[in-house]
Design a protein around this ligand. Structure first.
Ligand code: CUA
Length: 332
């Protein structure tokens, strides 16, 4: 008993620390950074308030009934219609049938007017740019139609600009979700779905695949970087360039699965690596993108993300592995 109380005290004491993690607003649906996400959060708070009021009324009625029953005495015979019985039926029909129907109908109309309307697929004329995202087990391919740009897991958009986000899938159903910016959008085989991506403030927004899609569903993260216009233009220009001169080790071992524009590597099993070094993470946000992590990932990515399509390169001599890492690190 004493131990349990101790554990409880520790858990309570640790709660602020755990909640401090929530202070980083990233991937928090209740810290909206766009008008769509704000509408969703507002609807949530209204529903939450309504639910608490409903709960208070039900608990209040229960307590009232309990008190009256105690006053009358438990188990006393109650034959024939009592004066309060008519009122009881009115309460049952009113609070049990009429009130819920009115409340649910109101909620439906309100959510349709405000939330569904603002979060539906944008008309092509209202957005400035289209980004195409293709779900794979378990990473996101990102393309910018009209440019040669192909990247993975990290999307750049201009801040305070409506962007049309089109999603497809290469295999199973995934769901693209960046909670601070908009609702979820499913990627369905044979279909293209769209929502608008808009960010009020520059910064990095974390997102996550929100539909269970296999073993590494949890390691299918995505970042949206909302850049000031000048920074975004510079990023586009940089990403449009082909990669720096090729490296033989990479072409020998990696080019059947990965593409690098400007070289003969054109595989499409794994992510395009043309500007890999400009990304902050690897493996669908599984690891930070630095020299040691990249080396460890190439050597044995199954250790970090079991079941992904990349084979082990543990047998590769160290010198060749280093050459590949050095080459990739140069792909800014
Ligand atoms: Cu992709 Cu879950």
């Amino acid at each position: 008993m004493r131990g349990r109380v101790g554990t409880g005290v520790v858990a309570l004491a640790a709660a602020p620390l755990l909640l401090a993690g929530c202070g980083d607003k990233t991937q928090n649906a209740l810290a909206p950074e766009s008008h769509q996400a704000r509408d969703i959060a507002t609807l949530f708070w209204w529903m939450m308030a309504g639910a608490w009021i409903g709960l208070a009324v039900v608990v209040g009625l229960l307590l009232l009934a309990w008190k009256r029953r105690n006053r009358r005495g438990f188990g006393r015979d109650t034959e024939g219609e009592k004066p309060g019985e008519r009122l009881g039926w009115l309460v049952v029909v009113g609070a049990g049938i009429v009130v819920p129907i009115v409340l649910l109908a109101t909620l439906f109309v309100v959510s349709d007017l405000f939330v569904i309307k603002t979060t539906q697929a944008p008309a092509a004329t209202t957005t400035k740019r289209t980004v195409l995202v293709i779900g794979h087990q378990w990473w996101w391919e990102v393309r910018y139609p009209g440019t040669p740009i192909v990247t993975a897991n990290e999307i750049h958009i201009p801040v305070r600009t409506p962007v049309r986000l089109e999603v497809r899938t290469d295999d199973v159903i995934h769901s693209f979700w960046v909670p601070q910016l908009n609702r979820k959008i499913d990627t369905l085989p044979g279909q293209t779905n769209a929502i608008e991506l808009y960010a009020d403030a520059a910064g990095r927004y974390r997102g996550q695949c929100a539909e269970f899609c296999g073993l590494q569903h949890a390691h299918m993260g995505v970042y949206v970087f909302a850049d000031p216009p000048a920074k975004f233009s510079a990023w586009l220009a940089e990403q449009s360039k082909p990669a720096a001169a090729g490296q033989n080790e990479f072409l020998d071992h990696c080019s059947s699965c990965h593409a690098i524009r400007g070289t003969s590597a054109s595989g499409d099993v794994g992510p395009d690596l043309t500007h890999l070094a400009s990304r902050t993470t690897i493996g669908g946000l599984t690891l930070p993108n630095d020299r040691d992590e990249l080396r460890a990932w190439i050597r044995d990515s199954q250790h970090f993300k079991r079941g992904n399509k990349m084979p082990s390169f543990a047998q590769l001599p160290s010198s060749q592995l280093d050459a590949i890492v050095a080459y990739l690190e140069g792909l800014k």
